[in-house]
Design a protein around this ligand. Sequence first.
Ligand SMILES: *Cc1c(COP(=O)(O)O)cnc(C)c1O
Length: 386
Amino acid sequence: MNNIFRLDKDTVNILAKEHGTPLLVLSLEQIEKNYLFLREHLPKVKLYYAMKSNPQDQIVQRLADLGACFDVASDGEMQQLRDLGISPDRLVYANPVKTAGGFAKAQETGVNTFTFDSESEIEKMAKAVPGGRVLLRIRVDNPDALVDLNQKFGAPATDAMRLLLKARDMGLDVAGLCFHVGSQSRSAAPYLRAIATCRSLFDEAQAVGLNLRLLDIGGGFPIQTTGEPIDIAAMCHSISEALTENFPNTEIWAEPGRSLCGTAVNLITRVIGSQIRNGQQWYFLDEGVYGSFSGVIFDHWDYELETFKNGMNITATFAGPSCDSIDVLYRERPTPPLAIDDLLLVPACGAYTSASATVFNGFAKAKFVIWEEIAPEIRNQLRNAC
Ligand SMILES: *Cc1c(COP(=O)(O)O)cnc(C)c1O
């Protein structure tokens, strides 16, 4: 199993003293473990890290060193990878609706693989990146996903042939299909359904003389949360089997985001306010939904809040530091009673957190430290403290 990166109480205390709060602690070793885990359990699949989940340079660099490729959605992400010296042939511009700036950056940096899901995008691509290699994104319904991306993207399978042929007729290099089952998918089932759909479409395409050679199974791979256990290895195993059976000779890609970075970051935050309002206990933290807890809103995520306290649980509302009423993390959440200056640890805080944090209301983004860089010093201090 790939365990998750999780700081202990003494370490949290030292880190908060040395670096202040809110503080994000990133483990690059955990990033590496997560990558190697997926490589092991999806052995025939080339992994494209979805930059949007956490674009921190050090994460990208570590994954690049391990041989990963990258899924980008904008000119900014392409520029960042170029600045890091990552070759453009390791990138897929996987945004079905691309901007003029995005096309220009792709041309400038040499990115030449694109996804699309509509007729108008074919026309845009034929003009902006003539002869480009393209993948058609197929819609796969998955109401069970935590974030159902198929409400926004993907062509219905019934439109696939028409779109593929049009792309070919307009001079694009029609390479294959892609899909995204939705984020934090808790089972293999939607992948298996999508793989079966894609198999039929590959066959249909073959029958009209289109030789598809690439299948991109997207992201959506889950991380273990405090909820019900998910057997991620077994899930990957079923997906792998379906791929071997249905696509023995096809190049396969995946675009994991959350599963590579989600478990690699811990947030340390502090109680800065406490009051009873309408009979309900409120705790104010120094990090909120405009900061690293942005995933509460954008990612519908239920973060674990570790308080390091025992005591009888009460229920409390947890709020962020800004002067906006939407800046509430959780209401009626069971928690041991807390006091001002108590520290909270939020594990598995790496995906869709800092990536969408803002500086709203003048609160700076949480400071970032790399665990492996500071660990020797912290261990030293822990030893001296005993
Ligand atoms: C967001 C996204 C991903 C990553 O999804 P995860 O659920 O984080 O794995 C992959 N591909 C595309 C096209 C995306 O938009």
